[in-house]
Design a protein around this ligand. Sequence first.
Ligand code: MRU
Length: 341
Amino acid sequence: MEHHGYLGLTVGAPTALTGDGGATGTVVGPLPLSVEWLGDRVRLLDQRRLPGELVLVELGTVDEVCRAIAELTVRGAPAIGATGAFGVALAAVRGEDTHDAGRRLKATRPTAVNLAWAVDRALAAADPVAEAVAIAAEDVAANRAIGRHGLGLVPEGAKVLTHCNAGGLATVGYGTAVGVIRAAHEARRRPTVWVDETRPVLQGARLTAWELQALGIPATLVPDVMAASLMQSGDVDLVVVGADRIAANGDVANKIGTYGLAVLARFHGIPFYVAAPRSTFDPATPDGASIEIERRSPDEVTSLAGVRIAPEGMAAENRAFDVTPAALVTAYVSEDGISRP
Ligand code: MRU
């Protein structure tokens, strides 16, 4: 696998990373940044091709950025937020209508509030480029703060279960839920991680597994359907997940399957933590029922890694996110600290 080339880099040292076309990217610790601004282009680490291939793609038009967000070249709420802001920056440097660009960017994925938040912030700024760059930098700082606040929730030697990918790839760098685990690891608390594979598109198996390997954090991949059994056998000490939008009443939209984990955690008396930056908290949405849940193509369910697994003509439903009621959340971890519902 191509990522072995930078596994040994010094943590915290920005270093050149060579992608397919000879492009170089910045690395935060052993992981490349998911999104970067190149002055007149946006560079993304192509998440569809991980873990098999490490490919950096450069986008020069707003349409390309919209397509990259919709097709999950970049995904994860804070990462698509920063990418959306860079899309507005791109429109600005190209002399295009930034508000039209902003509308198109925001329409790509409706659930993560970070996208609309970042696009609107870039649109409102006198200098959209500087604002987008600031949004990206602030995200990395917020994630590191989330890690610092959250590591106290991770007991020595804890067995942690996480879902989807809320790591460096899902953010600009470092990660939210994975950031908490990462900070605990860096503080030598020796956490081990159960990684839900996260059907249908396997962000856990492909992305979280790859990140944790790169970070040297002991992790074991499990099918999503194993969580109940792991909790029943006493093998989960806490659950930590990210979020795409947290409503004013504390309800949390996150990757489909999160709600089921929260119900299971409550039944088994296991703490359930949500790690997310301030930009994921949406005071304008009163409750979970008001959050628009993205519906994605049924093909993601009827196929696995591009191979059809269901019979031709079979109907499939593909809700990308679900809503966990605030009552099931033990605590939220943001850059501001720890708060309870
Ligand atoms: O469909 P995705 O892969 O964009 O969904 C991502 C998630 O659900 C993450 O948990 C969430 O965006 C938080 S990322 C820090």
